[in-house]
Design a protein around this ligand. Sequence first.
Ligand code: MTE
Length: 331
Amino acid sequence: MLYKPNYKDDVLTSEITPETDYINRRQFIRGSTKVAMAGLCMRHQLVLAEASSTDSQVQQSPLLFSKATSQHRSNEKHTPFKDASSYNNFYEFGTDKTDPKRYANAMTISPWSVRIAGEVKKPGDYFLEDILKPHALEERIYRLRCVEAWSMVIPWVGFPLADLLKRFSPTSKAKYVAFETLSRPSEMRGQRSRFGTIDWPYVEGLRIDEAMHPLTILAVGMYGKSLPNQNGAPLRLIVPWKYGFKSIKSITSISLTEQQPPTSWNKTAANEYGFYSNVNPEVSHPRWSQATERRLPNSLFKPNRIATLPFNGYADQVASLYAGMDLKRYF
Ligand code: MTE
């Protein structure tokens, strides 16, 4: 960043997701959790993608989730799973777009725990299973716009971050939410590199109203199955109206704070990456325009350049969060 088959709503995910790229069988959604979620999801249409991979070594767990409601669907063509899982930014595994898929399998994601800390009444270290247990999973089809000016349309599976935060009872001092990614150099070759620009672990943050916004989700899956490691397994943030680097992967800590928390790319180059980083075609990156984006997959002959929309097309839902703010100054 610094230097350097159509998924249709009316078919089962398993019928249209290419299976050959699946990695890492995982069972973090255990039988009991499924039963609990089924109860919670009864009012919605449920989809259980079939595990039918032919690749014995590499596949992901199917998830039980309710399909995207009209509010969270998109008329745009979904990015094929193959592209969404092989063209990635996950600097913990290297800076090349192909590095995450190649190396992220080294990351152990089970067991996994998440620290809930700071301005909450119920802090603690929780197993992922306990973090997920009460939440019904739902599909959200969102645009993902990277600050590097490429974009995708991805069907995520997750649940609102607000629902999780409320469970731990934020105090009145909680003004921001700080997130941290796993720090494990033994499994993350990018963290071992002597040429890295990021001060590990990768950290991100949101204002509390952004974190509580109904569009903000924690994702555990995509295309109907658990997240591939390279996409941020087992738990990542998705904030669709912000540049992709805000959507921190493989989260191990969520902390509510009174002060605005530091963020990795802002620490690396404050003049290039702001805390807010709302998608904004009118505010250029110092080294390139943000007016358009390259929608993946694309090629030399089919560049697929489209106009970038304010707040990545979610302005009607989120612009009010920034009423009165100078978005050129708070970029
Ligand atoms: N999270 C961590 N921990 N490390 C990273 O390097 N890259 C970010 C974000 N989350 C990153 C991260 C960037 S720049 C983008 S564009 C998105 O992840 C990419 O998500 P994807 O690979 O699932 O498309």
